[in-house]
Design a protein around this ligand. Structure first.
Ligand code: UDP
Ligand code: MG
Length: 312
């Protein structure tokens, strides 16, 4: 029977952990497959690590922990988990129980049909309206820009064949967006609808600013389209300016010199300056990420591991 490795990133989740342990272990036990759960403590400042350690003490056969030295982000926590999995099937899940662990059985059924990546789409997603609205727009734009076809980038209850998890773990990239990465290397991806609940305990770890930064990661890592958009728009603006100059010249010959229209000029000018500054920003997003990769600092630092010595 193929073994399942469940990877769960944990960042200040002390309120959610007791219920998470109970429901997840129950759901995993019910699968009747060998399994392990790797919790990656992403530098929590609350009592999460104590709760995780206690759970490792209670079920050392299945509960394993990677304890980070600081906060490296959800995706890096998952990459660290991927580097340590011993199963043939790897599943990621959030720690806040927004994705019900009871859905894992249905994802495994898709894997058994021969799919190497099983993505999920949140049905009746129970999140604040502005998050859902932004996600809709982001999903559409991201698919257009990256050329991928994922219907719900934000849902992290996902399944990957071990081969895919190994590719991601071996990647040298310091910023990555795992669902998109996996989709790129999948031979036969599938997507299923799964239930989604409100976060009942604790708070979301993503501020608006962090979500925006995550989406820039996604776009800059998977596409040059934003840069091409700037180049092409720049060319279009230059072409229009030539036409405008010709028009002004002709107008001067026919109607005479022009002195009015100062505020129209301001409007055009402000628009162009705004465009210029945001273009500089887009270029900067790429340059910043390149310089981060070039420095080659470790993607994450592990303080301690529990129960992970015997990896196959
Ligand atoms: N998380 C993490 N490191 C971070 C932020 C979040 O490991 O820096 C974990 C968090 O503990 C949770 C998952 O990533 O298990 C998703 O976070 P959250 O539920 O806050 O995101 P949301 O559902 O609001 O998008
Ligand atoms: Mg959540």
């Amino acid at each position: 029977m193929q073994k399942v490795s469940l990877v769960i990133p944990v960042y200040n989740e002390q309120e959610s952990l007791p219920a998470l342990f109970e429901r997840t272990l129950k759901a995993m036990d019910a699968l009747n497959r060998p399994y392990e759960i790797i919790f990656v403590n992403d530098g929590s400042k609350d009592k999460s690590i104590d709760l995780l350690r206690a759970q490792h003490g209670a079920r050392p056969d299945v509960v394993k922990i990677i304890d980070f030295n600081g906060n490296f982000g959800q995706h890096m926590a998952i990459v660290a988990g991927f580097a340590k999995v011993s199963g043939d099937i790897v599943i990621t899940m959030d720690a806040d129980l927004q994705n019900p662990p009871e859905e894992i059985a249905r994802m495994l059924a898709e894997f058994d049909k021969g799919h190497d990546v099983v993505g999920t789409i949140r049905e009746n997603r129970d999140d604040p309206f502005y998050r859902k609205f932004c996600s809709k727009i982001v999903n559409i734009i991201t698919n257009k820009i990256t050329g991928l076809n994922i219907h719900d980038y934000g849902c992290m209850l996902r399944l990957y064949a071990r081969r895919i998890a190994d590719i991601i773990a071996a990647s040298e990239e310091g910023t990555t967006f795992i669902p998109a990465f996996a989709q790129k290397f999948a031979a036969s991806p599938a997507e299923i609808f799964i239930a989604h609940n409100k976060r009942e305990r604790g708070v979301s770890k993503y501020s608006l600013l962090r979500l925006i930064s995550l989406n820039f990661d996604l776009m800059t890592n998977f596409s040059m389209a934003p840069l091409q958009f700037i180049t092409i728009s720049g060319m279009a603006v230059s072409a229009l300016s030539v036409l405008f100059a010709v028009f002004l010249f002709a107008r001067r010959l026919i109607v005479g010199p022009e002195a009015e229209g100062l505020f129209t000029l301001f409007a055009i000018q402000f628009f162009l300056i705004g465009f210029l500054i945001s273009s500089l920003g887009v270029v900067g997003e790429y340059v910043g990420r390149v310089s981060k990769e070039v420095r080659k600092r470790p993607k994450y630092v592990i303080k301690q591991e529990y129960g992970l010595e015997q990896r196959k």
